[in-house]
Design a protein around this ligand. Structure first.
Ligand SMILES: [Zn+2]
Length: 240
């Protein structure tokens, strides 16, 4: 399960991990909290609502390219997640974790990703709470059947965007080689036609750094020192 804030986060940030998981027969589910109405790049949309509709379709097309089995957009207001009452999305996520029963949950870190977007930060906080609460009988006892996912990972980075205040990223515990799915990640991003100027602007950065994605193990069942893993599913039973 991958939880993101905006249509395009799923490919821009997590596309490599999602496509690799699909290639290994892992069922994936992407939950996106907003429909991206507040984006800087607005394509030909005349209103926020129209842009939201366009971006919903782009999100669906991108998920298809990445082999995502299930995708859902929750419809919170883009750019305003910090003002949403905490329990509301947290409960929505607990409900979906208890229903979908993922082994692995991936999301942004508390740094908000490369552009330190507050929506990304809130997504991280809610997903973190939901990950733990999903497995706790005392939390939201009436919301589905208690289920504890195995691992929570945060997306992190080995580079920054020049001329922007950098985030304070977590040290990674996985260097994910995404070379085999790199073109699919790009192809997924191309489905976000309304965000083409963004792709143009970040093209060089991704040409230079795009062969890898970095993740930090933030929670797992086993106590112990952090070690480098080779995949999100190391040591878990998974289909071949
Ligand atoms: Zn975003």
């Amino acid at each position: 399960m991958c939880v993101v804030a905006h249509p395009d986060d799923e490919c821009f940030g997590f596309g490599g991990a999602l496509a690799l998981a699909a290639d290994h027969g892992v069922e994936t589910y992407v939950i996106c909290l907003t429909d991206g109405q507040a984006a800087t790049h607005r394509g030909s949309a005349a209103s926020g609502k129209e842009l939201g509709q366009t971006r919903r379709a782009e999100f669906a097309a991108s998920c298809k390219v990445l082999g995502v089995g299930r995708h859902e957009l929750l419809g919170y207001h883009d750019g305003d997640l910090q003002n949403v009452a905490f329990m509301e999305p947290a409960e929505a996520l607990v409900c979906r974790m208890r229903q979908f029963r993922p082994d692995v949950v991936i999301t942004f870190g508390g740094d908000g990703g490369l552009n330190t977007h507050a929506d990304h930060m809130m997504t991280s906080f809610w997903t973190t709470a939901a990950f733990h609460w999903s497995g706790q009988a005392k939390r939201l006892p009436d919301v589905g059947e208690i289920y504890q996912p195995e691992r929570l990972f945060y997306l992190t980075t080995n580079f920054f965007i020049p001329d922007r205040q950098p985030p304070l990223p977590s040290p990674w515990t996985i260097t994910l080689n995404i070379e085999s799915v790199r073109e699919r990640k790009n192809e997924a991003f191309r489905q976000h036609v309304s965000q083409a100027p963004l792709m143009e602007r970040t093209k060089e950065l991704f040409a230079k750094f795009g062969a890898e994605e970095f993740y930090t193990l933030a929670a797992s069942r086993e106590p112990g020192p952090s070690t480098q893993m080779s995949s999100l599913f190391d040591g878990l039973d998974q289909p071949e």
